[in-house]
Ligand binder design. Structure first.
Ligand code: DX5
Ligand code: ZN
Length: 224
């Protein structure tokens, strides 16, 4: 069963709690939380205090994607904020192995993300330390970018190496048109920001459900 993880990066920043409740009521499986530091990526979002504030509104699973460097000094804070999964970038520093150990030691599930320009081989030595690999299909930093197709072969490669128990999450430019090849290649978690939140709002949330169902329909077409 493929999971749809809406990114709150595409929601109303003044209304995260209500946005999360609305999108979960409309069928979201996980809530994807994009943390950016203006250093590892050229944009700034928010930190652990915001994660802690939104946590009571998340009934599903809080999937925290850290686009920050360094990572290690902040792991404890994001764990205390209630993250279920903490994902760090393999490009964020020289000690990804230590970082992933620290995430698990803090009581969270661990994820490793790789940028479009990073080969799948870069995360192979740490696959035994992770529950999830996040394959970026845009350069991280902004929502609403176009899906980079050349990332697709990495998905099947990682599925082969990681086996059926590894979550393979696709992040960036995912929508009804791009979901199908990702799932075909072996992805089981699809992050979608603009494709889920477009056209809706807290006071008019039904487009969120329609957008989620459009992605699911595209995936089901694959199985038919
Ligand atoms: C990009 C973020 C993504 C982004 C996805 O740096 O990691 O999670 O919000 O947004 P869309 O789905 O609009 O590409
Ligand atoms: Zn993300």
């Amino acid at each position: 069963m493929v999971k749809i993880a809406p990114s709150i990066l595409a929601s109303d920043f003044a209304n995260f709690g209500a946005e999360i409740e609305a999108v979960e009521a409309q069928g979201a499986d996980w809530i994807h939380v994009d943390v950016m530091d203006g250093h590892f990526v050229p944009n700034i979002t928010f930190g652990p205090e915001t994660c802690a504030a939104i946590r009571p509104h998340v009934k599903t699973l809080m999937d925290v994607h850290l686009m920050i460097a360094p990572v290690d000094p902040y792991i404890e804070a994001f764990a205390k904020a209630g993250a279920d999964i903490i994902t760090a970038h393999v490009e964020a520093g020289p000690h990804i192995h230590r970082t992933l150990q620290a995430i698990r030691a803090a009581g969270c599930r661990a994820g490793v993300a790789l940028n479009p320009g990073t080969p799948a081989e870069a995360v192979r030595p740490v696959l035994d330390l992770v529950d999830l690999v996040c394959v970026m299909t845009v350069n991280p930093g902004f929502g609403g970018q176009s899906f980079i197709e050349s990332c697709l072969p990495k998905i099947s490669q990682l599925r082969e190496w990681g086996g059926p128990g590894l979550h393979i999450e696709i992040d960036g430019g995912v929508g009804p048109k791009t979901a199908k090849p990702c799932v075909d290649a072996g992805a089981d978690v699809l992050v979608a920001g603009s494709a889920v939140f477009k056209g809706g709002s807290v006071s008019n949330p039904s487009p969120y459900g329609e957008n989620i169902r459009a992605i699911r329909t595209a995936i089901d077409t694959l199985a038919a």
